[in-house]
Design a protein. Structure first.
Length: 221
């Protein structure tokens, strides 16, 4: 079991719940930070004192206020801390449930667990801590398919290209013309319409603007 845990979460009520859950697991040292920069400083101090944290629990989104931050998101925080302490275990604790983002966090940044906030999230959080302390990974049931080899739809370079062209304000006719000029297939108007429709469903987007916004939020474009 972990002995020293750092929680990065800006909401007081959620912080209290997470603290209670960890206390029930009898973890010796639990520190909290409501800003990513503060969490980074605590981690630096812990490493300098030769008593580093062995687990980071972080949200992804932090509300901006008057205080200027170098690290503005939980993703930036976990990337930085993993670079400085590769053995650090990481649990992402977030309302975000988009499979592509969950998959990317596991594949690119080697996180250990992803817990979706909700009615049973504190129980899931405790299960996640137990799982990764035993060398396993953990995903909330809501996003478990993120690492499944049989996910209904995979986002590839072609999709990213479509999203980038759409974000430039190009119409579907213009996108089709651009793809044909660059000999990229499929490039028919009907195939582009069908692919964009599937992307809207996948990203839970109501329209093209919403689709681009969600793709940007995930760092895809």
């Amino acid at each position: 079991m972990f002995t020293k845990v750092l929680i990065a979460e800006d909401m007081d009520d959620i912080n209290a719940g997470v603290l209670k859950a960890l206390s029930e697991l009898e973890i010796a040292t639990i520190d909290q930070a409501q800003y990513c920069d503060d969490a980074d400083l605590k981690a630096k101090r812990a490493r300098k004192d030769n008593v580093p944290y062995d687990l980071l629990i972080t949200d992804l989104s932090f509300v901006k206020d008057h205080r200027k931050q170098k690290l503005s998101s939980g993703e930036e925080l976990l990337i930085k801390l993993k670079e400085e302490q590769p053995a650090l275990k990481v649990i992402v604790y977030s309302v975000e449930d988009k499979l592509q983002r969950v998959r990317r966090l596991f594949q690119e940044y080697d996180i250990d667990a992803y817990v979706c906030k909700g009615r049973k999230s504190l129980l899931e959080l405790k299960n996640a801590i137990k799982a990764i302390s035993g060398g396993d990974t953990y995903l909330s049931p809501k996003v478990r398919n993120a690492l499944s080899p049989k996910t209904a739809m995979e986002i590839d370079d072609y999709d990213i290209g479509l999203l980038k062209l759409l974000s430039k304000g190009m119409s579907q006719d213009e996108i089709a013309s651009d793809l044909k000029k660059r000999s990229i297939s499929p490039n028919s108007l009907s195939s582009i319409e069908k692919r964009l429709s599937k992307l809207k469903i996948y990203f839970k987007a109501n329209n093209a603007i919403h689709l681009i916004a969600n793709a940007k939020d995930l760092g895809l474009i």
